[in-house]
Structures are given as structure tokens and as C-alpha cells.
Write a protein that binds this ligand. Sequence first.
Ligand code: CP
Ligand code: NVA
Length: 304
Amino acid sequence: MKHLLKLSDLSKQEIIDILDLADQLKYAKKNGIEHKYLAGKTLGMIFQKSSTRTRVSFEVGIYDLGGSALFLSSRDLQIGRGEPVEDTARVLSRYLDGIMIRTFDQEEVETLAKVGSIPIINGLTDYCHPCQVLADLMTIREHKGSLEGLKLCYVGDGNNMANSLIAGCIKVGMKVSIACPDEYQPDAELMKWAAENGEFCCTSDIAAAVKDADVLYTDVWASMGQEGEAEERKKIFKNFQINDEVMALAADGAMVLHCLPAHREEEITAKVFEEHADEIFDEAENRLHAQKAVMVKCMGDGTH
Ligand code: CP
Ligand code: NVA
């Protein structure tokens, strides 16, 4: 695997291989077993948006693997003053062994990969968040024992999280339903692909979407870059909340996941959030292990 740009680029086997390696790396870390598979390698981390989990887990992850990280804020890079991403990619390829980038436009990530000569890892764009969903799948498998045949229901905005959940869950044989307002559906092309390649539905009828779901998932109503729409979105999304009534429609023992940060009493009630905090914070922890696996697959020598 050269890059991680979006999950639809990966095969089912590639996703499973990442999850298996992530489990091994988690075991190694917990048991003090050395795993410096990227000794001497340097990861550049370009951030054009804020981050807590992605930044810290990538930085800790590359150190665990024997490498080092450079935090590159777009405020400080020339990219923030208009230097083309093509030139930035060609320059950084001469210094670094890999780049993790969080930005707005998916096209920018794809261009970096095309023009540069080192692995590019997508740390979130407006279109998708593949690293998050690898950690999500890892967490679901840990808690439920397997993935195939489980139903995941995503409630809320048809945003980057919804897109990556559709791609990742359908690839591994899960069923996916999306509950969102009609005007806020996920990417149309991705939904068409999902319907042709698995069990998928997208509806504004939250009760229908949630019915018998094994995993419920939600995300903020206003993503980074949409702060100006936050008040309007509160009205539009008010019926797309994970709460006790919604939980009652899901399968017995349903899990609840949230990529975080969470806005309590908006997309999820504080009560449901706290009842499922163990799952949600396992999910956050698994960002570290899943991304270490991604870095090893993209930047390693191919032996793991
Ligand atoms: N879930 C996630 O990507 O969190 P951060 O924005 O804190 O990185
Ligand atoms: N949809 C959110 C995800 C944050 C991890 C955003 O893009 O802000």
C-alpha cells in the first residue's frame, strides 16, 4: 500500500490486514514488546485545521515505531501564503519519508500523492476521514468479535465521517444505514456504489434507519469550516440525535461510537454518551494503533 487517500481505494483484504496489524501493535504496546518498524523515518504532519486526536496519535505513533514527527501548521508553511501544493510536495519528498495531511479539499491530498514521491496519509478532508474509520472498525471488531453482517447506522450530517463509514463498512461486509435530512446526504457517487456493492440505505426516517442496528454512530452537526452555519444547523438537525428513544429501536447491546469532539445534547445526549463512554474512548485510543498500522503499511519495508 503506497498511500491512504480514501478507503474506497483499498481492497477488503488491505483493510483487514491493517486491522490485524493494528491489533498486533496494540498488544505489543500494552506488553512492552519492541516494534520499531520505522526506525529513523520522519513523518511530516501538515495541519490546515485543528486537531487533538489525530495530531497526538500520529506523533506518539511514529515515536513508538522508532521514527520522528514534524508538526507543520499551514500558518507557518509557505503553503499558507500561496505556494502551490505541487511544489510543496516535491520539496517535502526530498526531506521526509511520509506526509500526513489534514486539509479541506480532497483534491489537494490526491495532488500531493500524484506529484510527490513519498507516501501520503489523509488525516481528514471535507470529503473523508479514513484513519478514523479504520480505528472505528478495529473497535467494533474488538467489542463484537467480527464485522461481517453487522449493521451500522450513522445519524446526522452526511459529511466526511458518513462518507468514510459507508466506504469502510461496505468493503468489510457490514450493512450501513444513514439517517439524515434530505439536503444533507453523503456523497451521491459513494451511495450509488454502496447500494450496488452491499446492503445500504439513506433516509430521513431515523426510526427506519436505526431499526436493529448493532452500532450507532454520530458526529457533530457543524464540521470544521462550517462554524458560521452552526446555529442554522442546530434547527435542521434537531431530530437527528442519538438519545434514549433512538437507542430503544437499535438491536439489544448496540454499541455507540463517536469520532469526537462531541457536542452533548446536540448530536448525542450526555446520558447516552456516558453510558457508552468505554466504547467511545476505546475508539479514540484505537486511532493510535490503527494509524501505526497504516504508517507501517505505507512507509515500512513491506515485511509487516
Ligand atoms: N476524531 C478526530 O479526528 O479528532 P481530532 O479532530 O481531534 O483529530
Ligand atoms: N466532521 C468533523 C469530524 C471531526 C473529526 C469535522 O470535519 O469537523
